[in-house]
Structure formats: structure tokens, C-alpha cells
Design a protein around this ligand. Structure first.
Ligand code: PMP
Length: 367
């Protein structure tokens, strides 16, 4: 049988492993930060009607400029943005890939602050861009000084700031984003995949866009909009950045069905986002209850919580799985990450974790 190493694959891809969050069918899946609430039935019916109408012209290529969708995103984001400021693709992963294709590539570098979203180094490697893992402060925080100092020292072509950060949940202050922008010579991306879950009072970087043409803010419908399976991510930036992304996208990359579904969902954004408050409540409950059980949860502005104090993350992960609860071992020593689910799912996780015994002790296995 042929193995990967027998193939004439690019040298820089040899030995690499693909993105691989486990996809298992379990009663309680809290492992990939999905919104576990389904799309409301009346909104789903409207989306199906729009898709059905789009089927009438699916023999033709879709609107390459996805103009109606860009107008819908501009309206949703507000902040004086117009369709010219908006880009979109099949998930924000593809948006990020477009950015790296246009602004990264061989001989160029992308800098992020570890631990951060595991796809960044993979997107860098896929586009031949060098990856620089910069450090965070204690408690996974990132001050303006720490960010700016490392950006000046490493002088990357692209900086990516994840706010709130995956897998730690840490939101960034606007002061850190401004300092990173001032220190950077090139593109600065703020990945706001989880922005809608931020506590009241935390501000989005959208307010920093005017006068900052190198600032790019990526968003997704996968999380707050409960639309992960539809694959829709988007970006707000200066219109010149959007022109740059047109150079690298595949023609007609957003299908007519995807465009129809997303436009319909955005027309119901209030209802689609109705669950965000409930998810934040479960997130805050996780923080309180994990601490009560003796773990060390970290501050989170997203729909998941990273918690420390886990003596053997692998054993705890497996013991929870035995009890039908799937969470995520993100490779940080003594830590695990859990997504805030519905009230029932969150209860099922907390009960299963409590049944494993005290944090420092060997876990109680079912078998
Ligand atoms: N950014 C961050 C920080 C994420 O956690 C994720 C998904 N887990 C994404 C981007 C990509 O999401 P999608 O491609 O579904 O938009």
C-alpha cells in the first residue's frame, strides 16, 4: 500500500498531521465549540424556502460577488460598514486562507500568540507561510506591551490576534489590538469568531477599522448563528483588502445555495442570536461550578471554558467519554476545554465530571 511518504508531496508538508478534532456520535458533544441549539424551526423553514427558490437557477453559476450577502453582513455588523468592506467564504477558515494566500506565502511569516487556534499554523503551512508562535502573559492574558514588544522583535508580515482566544477564552482589550497594529508593519487580523459571546462592555475591534487599512476582522456564522454545517465566514476591512482577496479566491467560491441560506439566516438575526444569552449563562455557570468542584477555570468571553487542575487530562477525557460526554484535550498540560451546551448538556457534563472524583485524584472509571 502506498503511504504518504512514498508520494512526491511538497517537502514542507512532510511529517505534518491534518486538523483532527474527533468527530464521534455521543449523547453530549461539547468538543468543537459549536452552538448546540438547533436553528429555530420557523427560521429553518424560511431558509429552506430561499434555498428552494435558488434551486431554480442553479444551472447557472452563482453571483461571484455575492452582493446581497455582503449587503446583509454590512447591515448586521453596523459600524458604518458597507458591502465594499465585506468579504465572505466557506467558513472563516477559508477567509483566513484567502488572507494568507494574498498577504503570506513563501518567504513571509504569520505571528500568533500561543496557545491559540490550532488551525493558524496549519493554514500557514498550507500556504507556505512561516509560523511564529509568540508568548502570552500569565493566565493566557495579552497586554499591549507584551504584544507590541514581540511584534517589533519578530517583524512578521501578518499578525493574527484571536479575541476571544480559542482555546483559552481570553478576550483582548482594544488597547492591545491598537498597540499590535502600531507595532506591526503588515496585516493585522483580529479573529472574532466568538465575538457575540463577549460579556457586555467588551468591545469589538470593528470600532478600530476607520483609518486602519491594514486591520482585518474575521467573523463566522458557525458559532453564535448556529450555522457551522452551512460553512459561512466573513470579514470586514478596507475595500482595498477585499480587492486583494479577489485575486486569490476560486471563481464562484460561494455556492448559490450557501448564499441563499446565509441571506435568509441574516434576515432573522435577532431570532438566530436569541440563544446567545442562554449560552453565556451556561458559560458563566461552567466557570462557577468548575471552581466549586476544585478545578481552575480561566476567564472566558466565548462559548467555552478552559479549565486547569486536571491531574491526567487524557484519563479524564476518556472517563467522560465513557459517560457519553465528549470534550476537548487541547494539549495544554493539566487542562481540558469544554463548550457551553444547553442547560441539560451542561448539567450532564458537570454531573459526569463530579462523578469522576476530586480533581487531583485518579479518576473513577466505569469499567
Ligand atoms: N477561528 C476560531 C478562533 C475558531 O475557533 C474557529 C472554529 N473552531 C474558526 C475560526 C473557524 O470556524 P469556521 O471555519 O467554521 O468559520
Amino acid at each position: 500500500m502506498t503511504s504518504l511518504s512514498d508520494l512526491p508531496i511538497r517537502d514542507d508538508l512532510r511529517g505534518k498531521t491534518p486538523y483532527g478534532a474527533p468527530q464521534k456520535v455521543v449523547p453530549v458533544a461539547l468538543n468543537v465549540n459549536e452552538n448546540t441549539h438547533p436553528v429555530p424551526a420557523d427560521v429553518a423553514a424560511d431558509i429552506v424556502a430561499r434555498i428552494s427558490a435558488a434551486m431554480g437557477s442553479v444551472n447557472r453559476y452563482p453571483d461571484r460577488e455575492f452582493t446581497e450577502l455582503r449587503e446583509s453582513f454590512a447591515r448586521y455588523l453596523g459600524h458604518g460598514l458597507t458591502a465594499e468592506n465585506i468579504w465572505a467564504a466557506n467558513g472563516s477558515n477559508e477567509v483566513l486562507q484567502h488572507i494568507l494566500q494574498a498577504f503570506g506565502g513563501p518567504g513571509r511569516t504569520l505571528l500568533g500568540f500561543s496557545p491559540t487556534y490550532s488551525m493558524y499554523p496549519l493554514l500557514a503551512s498550507g500556504t507556505g507561510t512561516g509560523w511564529i508562535a509568540a508568548a502570552r502573559d500569565d493566565e493566557f492574558e495579552l497586554s499591549a506591551e507584551t504584544a507590541a514588544e514581540q511584534i517589533r522583535r519578530e517583524d512578521p508580515d501578518i499578525v493574527i490576534l484571536c479575541s476571544p482566544n480559542n482555546p483559552t477564552g481570553t478576550p483582548l482589550s482594544l488597547a492591545t489590538i491598537e498597540a499590535a497594529y502600531e507595532a506591526a508593519r503588515g496585516i493585522v487580523i483580529v479573529d472574532e469568531a466568538y465575538a457575540e459571546f463577549m460579556p457586555d462592555g467588551e468591545q469589538t475591534a470593528l470600532s478600530l477599522l476607520p483609518g486602519r487599512p491594514r486591520l482585518l476582522i474575521s467573523r463566522t456564522m458557525s458559532k453564535a448563528f448556529a450555522f457551522a454545517g452551512a460553512r459561512v465566514g466573513y470579514l470586514a476591512a478596507d475595500p482595498a483588502v477585499v480587492d486583494a482577496l479577489r485575486l486569490v479566491r476560486l471563481p464562484y467560491h460561494l455556492s448559490a445555495l450557501t448564499q441563499a441560506a446565509a441571506v435568509a439566516a441574516l434576515a432573522h438575526s435577532a431570532e438566530m442570536l436569541a440563544m446567545v444569552g442562554e449560552i453565556r449563562t451556561q458559560r458563566d455557570r461552567l466557570v462557577t461550578e468548575l471552581a466549586r468542584l476544585g478545578y481552575q477555570p480561566h476567564r472566558s468571553g466565548s462559548n467555552f471554558v478552559l479549565f486547569g487542575g486536571v491531574a491526567d487530562p487524557h484519563a479524564t477525557f476518556e472517563a467522560l467519554l465513557e459517560r457519553g460526554v465528549l470534550i476537548r484535550d487541547v494539549g495544554i498540560p493539566n487542562h481540558l476545554r469544554v463548550t457551553a451546551g444547553t442547560e441539560e448538556e451542561t448539567t450532564a457534563f458537570l454531573d459526569a465530571l463530579a462523578a469522576l472524583g476530586r480533581p487531583g485524584a485518579p479518576v473513577n472509571s466505569l469499567s
